[in-house]
Design a protein. Structure first.
Length: 366
């Protein structure tokens, strides 16, 4: 698919978008003979997706008597209200559409989010930056081992390594520092911004792996065990990475283990709120609040996104109170656990290092 094709689809009027998405859902279910599941996080995007899939499923005489499988990634890092809503909304869908839903809670039995910081690393800034930092730190430690450089990976050691051992950089590490590929082409998007060099010698580990370990991998394992293929609520407008993925496959991809449907791929976030209004669809109001009027800067009066409540990706870009500060009000015990160092997650030290505020008015936050 070309980018102009995507723009054409994105320009559809809302009723036409719904119709096209439901057609793609129908095509996917029929092509795979009902061997599908819906990835449901409890967020508004996947809430809309689940409702559309249920409508299509209920219309199919061949499948409506069979349970529709819904997989929820139970990371333990969701808002408590979202966890309740997942169960409640599945029950609503069963009653409203006259179908049965098989709700699967996918978990990594070996590790949960609360072990991620100490064993894998903190998810900070963005997935891309965290991946680059993790790779650079690994390479630096390999250099330290090979050249018998003792001690911790401090700023001084880091700066010495990238100058003195620059000839030993792999193509990937050199790309991260220079933005120049092995073929001599400029690729600025793969260059680590200098302001984040400090993460390469931070007193804590950094990693992007948490999403794979506690969300994607458990869901894939449950789907593989049942020989099912997923429908997801990702949209090209979410990010450049998701736009590229959508352009590569369109709504439906039937490609072996990579078979996947993203029937809302050409939607915008405003289409999601329009669906909620048009169909008076339930969503997790306890977390999102009310829908803001059209033209507002925000979609909802409370949280704009849900996902993992302790994820620090993008937190440095938020106005105060940021997601961690807001957690002090919605889940104060979890906030205290996250911030404290002793028997906690040590977010206070990490956010201080990043220059991201976490203290709240009237709280000790020590």
């Amino acid at each position: 698919m070309e980018k102009d094709d995507l723009k054409y689809l994105q320009a559809f009027k809302f009723p036409n978008k719904v119709m096209r998405s439901q057609t793609k859902i129908l095509e996917y279910i029929l092509k795979l003979k009902g061997k599908v599941y819906v990835a449901f996080s409890g967020g508004v995007d996947s809430t809309v997706l689940l409702d559309m899939v249920c409508r299509v499923w209920a219309s199919l005489e061949e499948y409506r008597e069979q349970p529709l499988t819904v997989i929820f990634a139970d990371t333990g890092n969701e808002f408590m209200a979202i966890r309740r809503f997942v169960v409640e909304f599945c029950a609503i869908c069963e009653k409203r559409h006259g179908i049965k839903i098989d709700l699967i809670k996918a978990r990594n039995k070996e590790i949960n989010f609360y072990k991620i910081p100490s064993t894998v690393g903190y998810p900070v800034v963005s997935k891309k930056v965290s991946r680059m930092v993790r790779d650079i730190r690994t390479w630096c430690r390999e250099i330290m081992a090979a050249h018998h450089i003792e001690g911790a990976l401090t700023r001084e050691v880091f700066e010495r390594i990238i100058v003195e051992y620059e000839p030993e950089m792999t193509h990937t590490i050199r790309l991260y520092f220079t933005g120049i590929t092995s073929k001599g082409k400029t690729c600025k998007s793969r260059k680590l911004p200098r302001k984040w060099y400090k993460l390469c010698y931070a007193p804590f580990e950094v990693s992007e792996k948490c999403c794979d370990l506690i969300k994607k991998d458990p869901c894939k394992a449950e789907a593989k065990k049942r020989k099912l293929y997923g429908l997801v609520a990702t949209m090209a407008s979410d990010s450049k990475q998701r736009e590229s993925a959508y352009l590569a496959t369109g709504c439906n991809s039937f490609n072996g283990s990579r078979t996947k449907s993203q029937p809302m791929g050409f939607w915008f976030t405003d289409d999601v709120t329009e669906y909620l209004r048009t169909y008076s669809l339930e969503y997790c109001k306890e977390v999102y609040g009310d829908i803001c009027p059209p033209g507002s800067s925000n979609r909802f009066t409370k949280e704009q996104h849900t996902g993992c409540k302790l994820c620090l990706f993008g937190c440095h870009l938020e106005a105060t109170p940021n997601r961690i500060q807001r957690l002090a009000e919605t889940e104060p015990k979890m906030y205290d656990f996250a911030i404290r160092k002793e028997d906690g997650l040590n977010y206070g030290e990490v956010m201080d290092y990043l220059g991201v505020p976490y203290k709240t008015e009237g709280g000790s936050n020590e």
